[in-house]
Write a new protein. Structure first.
Length: 166
C-alpha cells in the first residue's frame, strides 16, 4: 500500500516585487497556516517516510514548518528543483519513480501541478487546491510506478487551513 500527501505551499508574499518568483517567502497568513496544518496532520497520526519539496523558498518554508510540527527530521527533507516547474503529469512521473522501500510520501509543490496531479491520481475533478491544503491519497499498489495510471488512488481526505485557523 502507498500513501501520498500532496500539499500546495502556504500563502506567499508579493511585498517585494524585486524578488524572483522562486525566492518569494511566506506571508503572515502562510506563516500562521503552516503550523495549524502541521498540528492537524500530527493529530491524524501522519508521519510520512519522506517529505519531498520544491526548492522555491515558500515551498521549502512550508515543508519545514510541517516537518517541525509532525516531528519529521528537518535534515531528511528532500528538495527537488524539478517540482518548481513540473506539470501535474510530470509530478505523477516523479512519484512513480520513487523507491518502493518508501511507503508514504508528502510532496510540497505548486499549483496548477499539485491540483492536476490529485485529479489524475484520483480520476476525479477535485478542483484547485487552495494554499496550504493537503490532499491525502491512498493506493493498494505495491510499486510507486503503479500509480502512473489515471484513477489509481482514492482520496482519503482533503484538509484546508481556513477550516482550522479560526
Amino acid at each position: 500500500m502507498k500513501t501520498l500527501y500532496i500539499m500546495r505551499h502556504a500563502k506567499s508574499s508579493w511585498d517585494d516585487s524585486t524578488l524572483p518568483d522562486h525566492e518569494r517567502p511566506l506571508n503572515a497568513r502562510g506563516e500562521r497556516d503552516t503550523p495549524v496544518m502541521g498540528r492537524l496532520l500530527k493529530k491524524r497520526g501522519i508521519h510520512p517516510d519522506l517529505i519531498l519539496t520544491s526548492t522555491a523558498v515558500r515551498a521549502l518554508q512550508t515543508a519545514r514548518g510541517i516537518a517541525h510540527e509532525i516531528g519529521y527530521p528537518l535534515q531528511d527533507i528532500r528538495t527537488d528543483e524539478f517540482i518548481y516547474h513540473a506539470s501535474g503529469l510530470e509530478l505523477v512521473g516523479l512519484i512513480a519513480a520513487l523507491a518502493d522501500t518508501v511507503s508514504s510520501v508528502m510532496l510540497v509543490g505548486h499549483n496548477p501541478a499539485a491540483s492536476e496531479a490529485v485529479d489524475f491520481l484520483t480520476g476525479k475533478r477535485i478542483g484547485s487546491l487552495p494554499t496550504c491544503t493537503v490532499a491525502a491519497l491512498e493506493s493498494d499498489a505495491v510499486h510507486w510506478d503503479d500509480l502512473a495510471v489515471h484513477g489509481s488512488c482514492r482520496l482519503l481526505f482533503m484538509e484546508k487551513p481556513k477550516r482550522h485557523s479560526k
